[in-house]
Design a protein around this ligand. Structure first.
Ligand code: FPP
Length: 252
C-alpha cells in the first residue's frame, strides 16, 4: 500500500460509506486528445477504469454503483464512435464477468436496451444471467438511458394503469413515481447518496433527474481514464464531510 493510500484509509470512515454512488464518466475524448490518440482510445482506457473502480467500490462496501455508459443523446456522435461504444459492453463482459462473480457483484442495466445492437443486447443479458446469484454490490449500467426518457415512460405507465383502473388517481405519490422508474428494482437504494462527475464539467446531462433530489454532488477535474481507487476514496471522504439535511435541520 502506498503512502497516499494509507493516508486516505485513515481519513475514511468505513462505517459511513455511501450506499449508492452514481458516476458520470466524462473526459475520455479529452484524455485521448491530450495523448494525440483517437477518441476511442479514451473509451478503451475508460473501460479499464470501470473495472478498477467497480472492484474498489465493492471492496469498500458500496451497495450500488450506477455508471452512465451511454445516454439517449450519445447516438448523435459519429457512427464509428457509436459503434465502438456499442462494442465496449461486449468486450467488458467477455473478459470481466468471472472477476465480478468472484467479488459477488451483480450486474444490472437500465435504459432502452432494445435499441442496442443484437450482440450488445446478448452480452448484457448474459452478464445479468451469469451474475444473477451474486448478492454483493450491484453494478448498474445506464445504457441508452436518459432521465427525461425515463420520466416520460413512468408517466405513460402511470397513466395507463390509471386508465385501466389498476391505479387510483388519488393514491399517486412520490413512491408511485419511484415504482415506475427504471431504478425501481433497486428499491430503497434507488436514490444515489453521492453523484460524481469527472472531467470538470458542471452539468447533469440528463442523468437520474428524479433520483438525485437529495444526492451530494462531487465534481472532479480528473478525466475518467485517470480516475482510480484513490480518487473514489477521496470523493467518499469529501462526501463524509458534508452535512446532509434532506431539507430539515441538523440540530433541532
Ligand atoms: C464521456 O466521455 C464518456 C462516454 C460517452 C462513454 C463512457 C463509456 C465508458 C467510460 C466505457 C464504458 C464501459 C463499459 C463497460 C460499458 P466523452 O467521450 O464525452 O469525453 P470528452 O467530453 O472528453 O469528449
Amino acid at each position: 500500500m502506498d503512502r497516499e493510500q494509507n493516508e486516505l484509509n485513515e481519513q475514511l470512515d468505513p462505517s459511513r460509506i455511501p450506499n449508492h454512488i452514481a458516476i458520470i464518466m466524462d473526459g475520455n475524448g479529452r484524455w485521448a486528445k491530450k495523448r494525440h490518440l483517437p477518441r476511442v482510445a479514451g473509451h478503451k482506457e475508460g473501460m479499464n477504469t470501470v473495472k478498477k473502480v467497480a472492484i474498489a467500490a465493492s471492496n469498500l462496501g458500496v451497495k450500488v454503483l450506477t455508471l452512465y455508459a451511454f445516454s439517449t443523446e450519445n447516438w448523435k456522435r459519429p457512427k464509428t464512435e457509436v459503434s465502438y461504444l456499442m462494442q465496449l459492453p461486449i468486450r467488458f463482459f467477455s473478459t470481466f464477468v468471472p472477476d465480478l462473480v468472484k467479488h459477488n457483484v451483480k450486474v444490472m442495466v437500465m435504459g432502452d436496451t432494445s435499441q442496442l445492437p443484437k450482440a450488445t443486447q446478448k452480452a448484457v443479458r448474459d452478464a445479468i444471467n451469469d451474475t444473477a446469484d451474486c448478492d454483493g454490490m450491484i453494478l448498474n449500467f445506464a445504457l441508452n438511458y436518459g432521465g427525461r426518457d425515463e420520466i416520460v415512460r413512468a408517466v405513460r405507465g402511470i397513466a395507463t394503469d390509471v386508465a385501466n383502473k389498476r391505479l387510483n388517481l388519488d393514491q399517486i405519490s412520490a413512491k408511485t413515481v419511484d415504482d415506475y422508474l427504471m431504478t425501481a428494482p433497486l428499491k430503497e437504494l434507488a436514490d444515489p447518496d453521492l453523484l460524481i462527475r469527472t472531467s470538470g464539467e458542471l452539468r447533469l446531462s440528463n442523468f437520474l433527474l428524479w433520483q438525485i433530489a437529495y444526492s451530494e454532488f462531487i465534481f472532479t477535474d480528473q478525466f475518467w481514464p485517470d480516475f482510480d481507487a484513490n480518487s473514489l476514496e477521496k470523493a467518499i471522504i469529501k462526501f463524509q464531510q458534508r452535512k446532509r439535511r434532506f431539507g430539515g435541520l441538523i440540530n433541532k
